[in-house]
Design a protein around this ligand. Structure first.
Ligand code: BGC
Length: 925
């Protein structure tokens, strides 16, 4: 019996093996990938005391417990995340099988885990042998193109989608085959009559001038001996389609192109490669136009039946235009995060006949994606779908807030049986679909909402006794799902859909609770770094694009609370996942950002070089004529607070990666800026300049108030809320920390008041008016005014949903101990408050499931906490009378798994090991 089969102890096992945050990733280009696992264990206080990793070049070797690539030996310690592969150098396309066993606290070994693997992609530019190919408009002498264009009602400036194909011969028995694909534009790849894979909108968005992602597919089972065919459709997407304000297209290029490489290994040890080159042929087919903002037009009469099969006759197809690759072209990089997929489906809640020819479908949920439509009708019949988030008072589709996005899909029927339509290269943000030209009343199952987004695994749940708050949590999650689509976007519906850094930084911590976004944000940080200016300014949007907000195209960079995402997002990933490589990777860029601010502001206040200076975007406390710039929080104050915060986080990150001199230097810089901040903005009575909610929130959250004045400043904050009849006035920037600060300064009651408020402005207000996603503005729609200015009024914007962080960390009380990040030491510290009687949250951390659930039962508080194996937790109970605390009926000090118990004013602080605990104590009054 091999070592693998030895059953020693079943109740302490490594599970959920992951490499670079992904489960069995196919085609990565991290030379020294990091390995992680969680532990399954029964009982309490379970710890890993050692691990042993094996990495093998085949599954057989691994099963025989032979790590020919790497055998870590027994490594003493509790490390179970981000273990850097330390074996032999890996080559392109190499498959690595791995397994790990662990020893528990009593030094008892587990069996080896189930095998996992990762596979390397193409590591060198020279590995790519093909060329970029696309439609050669000149060679399409036949009127195909003109015919296609003439057919189309052209809601879009895009050209018809090219179809490309070639055939090849598989000569012998195939052992394995990999297909590496990318596009300048979007691609959908086919093999032998079938689509390959289930991902959509590939290769995703990056700065295509700098780097382009490729995807890897395992197609070993799809090939057959003899003739095979490979084909692709291309779309404009982010590359050449309309993106951003004013629906400009052709940001990166004007003609989509494909790059693909098929590597075949035969069983006899020989190999073959098929690449994109002159042998391919091209034409146009049924996709007459396709564009993210404008929509897609599909004429089923022009379908190319069998185009992706070997026996298809392509003699009337055309030569392709070929662009050889050269050294000046952008890097090809392996896709490093979860792909975009159809992640859910939604069925209509109601269908209304608006007039003879128009029906409105209500999905009951604002989603991002598209509609799948089933329809039978006569040849040439046209069905038009338009998409919107809201209805007008007359029940018609409201599209004013889409600005230049036309969000229109058109289907022309082939008339043979039932047609099923689903677009390829567009997406919309919508709850309602206006259907025109459908033959007869739409059956309820004829239209399905396909939810499209990055398939980041859900990790969090939050549920409580308030229906309003539960809906708020759902709305936050839906806005995250909809706007985490390849990159974190501001909104999914209008002519914008950009990766605004301000939105991302304020929402990042909330996002980390709802889903595993480690890989997603790691990839996006590459986009942020790509957009950094030569002077060191982080961009306002990433991937970086020039923007046109009506005054001509300009580059947006270096704005306070936006550019700072370049520091805050790596910090957040470090806190939530214990990731230090993200710090190392971006350390220089982060240092340059701080130097950029410092160079222009020798007196420490961030007065100069503030880019677009958005301030507390969409706050409600100013009296400026423009709605957008209503914030009364002084902008230099806001900017300086963020600058101080950056420097503070840099000091901590420098320490985390062992750069102690830098840590000392940044700590000194922090003190200097803090002193300047206090001198400039903080009065002797704790009042902060501007006297706005956001001013207090930032100063308190970012530790910029002298200790002796903290309570006074917090009281001023409470008064600023009270003055507004207990309502908030914060914009994007202040809202994220508002409830956190109130709770930290002993005013959780005020935070709860804000949470449960239903009158304008509040989270509850939008919910009362039927919101199913987060709105961009507090007053997106009000009973008095109706819709806000359609020039900027999205109903799916996650920024104001940053309150989710507070729900998890302080209401449910699941938090990370910053000294041992990545949930190595967990903090369980709920803050029960008036208005809620129970709360339950779960979080699948990188170390396993954490749970915190509390309920008020008469005078008692019952807290149930689950702590994963190989972690510890500090549990805070809201009473200092330790004698009254029990755990599963036992006095707390005597309970199994409980370590020290100390008392702080009004609190008992209990140290526990892993396991599930049920504490009883007196409820807070
Ligand atoms: C976007 C925001 C963004 C802002 C910059 C808006 O158009 O939708 O979410 O952060 O511009 O202030």
């Amino acid at each position: 019996m091999g070592e693998h089969d030895t059953i020693v102890v079943a109740e302490f096992m490594p599970i959920q093996l992951r490499c670079e945050y992904l489960t069995n990733p196919l085609g990565i280009d991290v030379i020294r990938p990091r390995l992680s696992w969680a532990l399954e264990a029964t009982g309490r206080g379970r710890r890993q005391s050692a691990y042993h990793i094996l990495v093998a070049s085949s599954e057989q070797l691994l099963r025989a417990a032979r790590g020919d690539l790497w055998d870590s030996g027994k490594v003493v310690g509790a490390a179970s995340n981000h273990i850097v592969y330390g074996g032999r150098a890996l080559r392109s396309s190499q498959r690595c099988w791995w397994s790990v066993r662990v020893w528990d606290e009593a030094d008892t070994p587990s069996t080896y885990s189930n095998p996992a693997w990762w596979e390397m992609g193409l590591l060198h530019s020279r590995d790519w042998q093909g060329a970029w190919i696309g439609l050669d408009a000149a060679s399409m002498a036949t009127p195909d193109l003109q015919r296609a264009v003439a057919h189309a009602e052209r809601p879009s400036p895009s050209e018809p989608s090219p179809f490309l194909r070639t055939t090849f011969t598989v000569k012998r028995l195939v052992q394995r085959a990999r297909l590496y694909v990318t596009a300048r534009g979007l691609y959908e790849i086919h093999l032998n009559g079938r689509r390959v894979g289930t991902t959509v909108l590939t290769p995703g968005w990056t700065d295509y001038n700098t780097r382009i992602q490729y995807q890897t597919y395992d197609i070993g089972d799809e090939l057959r001996e003899g003739e095979n065919a490979i084909g692709a459709l291309l779309g404009a997407g982010w590359f050449s389609g309309c993106v951003g304000f004013g629906a400009h297209n052709h940001w990166y290029g004007s003609v989509p192109q494909l790059l693909a490489q098929l590597s075949i290994d035969y069983a006899d040890g020989t190999a073959d490669t098929v690449v994109t080159d002159h042998s391919w042929r091209a034409t146009v087919g049924p996709i007459l136009t396709s564009d993210f903002l404008m929509g897609e037009t599909y004429d089923a009469r022009a379908e190319l039946h069998g185009w992706d099969s070997a026996d298809y006759d392509d003699t009337d197809w055309h030569l392709v235009a070929v662009t050889e690759r050269n050294a000046d072209m952008p890097h090809l990089v392996a896709d490093r995060s979860e792909p975009v997929r159809v992640i859910d489906e939604v069925v209509p809640r109601g269908i209304t006949q608006l007039d003879e020819d128009t029906q409105i479908v209500d999905l009951g949920q604002n989603i991002v994606g598209w509609a799948r439509l089933r329809v039978s009708g006569e040849v040439g019949m046209r069905v038009r779908l338009r998409f919107g988030e809201m209805l007008t008072p007359h029940g018609a589709l409201y599209t004013d807030n889409l600005r230049a996005a036309r969000a229109t899909d058109i289907y022309v029927l082939a008339g043979i049986g039932e047609d099923v339509f689903e677009p390829r290269f567009t997406f919309h943000g919508f709850r309602y679909v206006e259907v025109t030209g459908y033959p007869g009343p739409l059956p309820s199952d004829a239209l399905t909402g396909c939810v499209v987004g990055s398939a980041t695994p859900p990790t969090g749940t939050f549920e409580c006794s308030s229906a309003l708050v539960n809906q708020l949590q759902r709305n936050i999650v839906w806005s995250q799902r909809g706007n985490f689509l390849s990159i974190p976007t501001d909104c999914p519906q209008r002519d914008e859909r950009l990766g605004w850094l301000g939105d991302a930084q304020i929402f990042a911590r909330t996002a980390c609770f709802n889903s595993d976004v480690a890989a997603f944000f790691s990839k996006w940080m590459d986009d942020v770094a790509d957009g950094q200016s030569p002077e060191g300014a982080f961009p306002d949007i990433a991937p970086m694009l020039p923007i046109d907000v009506g005054q001509g195209v300009s580059v947006a960079a270096g704005t306070p609370a936006w550019g700072d995402a370049g520091i805050i997002v790596p910090w957040t990933l470090y806190q939530c996942y214990g990731d230090t490589r993200i710090i190392e990777q971006h350390y220089t860029a982060m240092s340059r950002w701080i130097a950029y601010i410092r160079a222009a502001n020798p007196d420490h206040l961030w007065i100069n070089r503030r880019g677009n200076d958005f301030g507390d975007w969409l706050a409600l406390d100013g009296d400026m004529p423009s709605d957008l710039f209503k914030s009364a929080t002084p902008r230099d104050l806001l900017a300086t607070a963020y600058y101080t915060y950056d420097v503070h986080l840099m000091a901590r990150m420098a320490r985390a990666i062992g750069r102690h001199d830098d840590a000392v230097r940044y700590a000194a810089q922090f003190r200097d800026i803090k002193a300047a901040f206090i001198a400039a903005y903080v009065d002797h009575d704790g009042r902060v300049a501007g006297d706005t909610q956001t001013g207090y929130v930032l100063a308190l959250y970012m530790k910029l108030i002298p200790d002796a004045l903290r309570q006074a400043a917090a009281s001023h904050l409470v008064h600023a809320i009270e003055r507004r009849a207990w309502r908030l006035s914060t914009g994007f920037v202040g809202v994220g920390y508002l409830c956190l600060v109130l709770t930290e300064t002993g005013h959780a009651d005020v935070a709860y008041k804000l949470l449960l408020n239903e009158t304008f402005p509040s989270w509850g207000c939008s919910i009362k008016h039927g919101a199913t996603t987060m709105w961009e503005r507090w007053d997106g729609w009000t009973a008095e005014r109706g819709f806000q200015d359609p020039a900027m009024n999205s109903f799916n914007h996650y920024s104001l949903g940053s309150v989710g962080e507070w729900l998890y960390r302080y209401v449910a009380g699941i938090d990370v101990d910053p000294e041992l990040p990545g949930y190595e030491r967990i903090v369980i510290r709920p803050h029960p408050g008036v208005g809620l009687t129970h709360v339950r949250a779960t979080y699948d951390s990188i170390r396993g499931r954490i749970e915190s659930a509390w309920q008020i039962d008469g005078d008692a508080l019952i807290l149930q906490a689950t702590i994963p194996a190989n972690t510890t937790a500090t549990v805070y109970l809201p009473t200092s009378d330790v004698a009254t605390i029990t755990e599963k009926g036992m006095p707390v000090r005597e309970a199994e798994g409980v370590g020290t118990v100390r008392v702080e004013p009004g609190l008992a602080v209990v140290a526990v090991g892993s396991g599930t605990y049920t504490f009883h104590c007196a409820a807070p009054r």
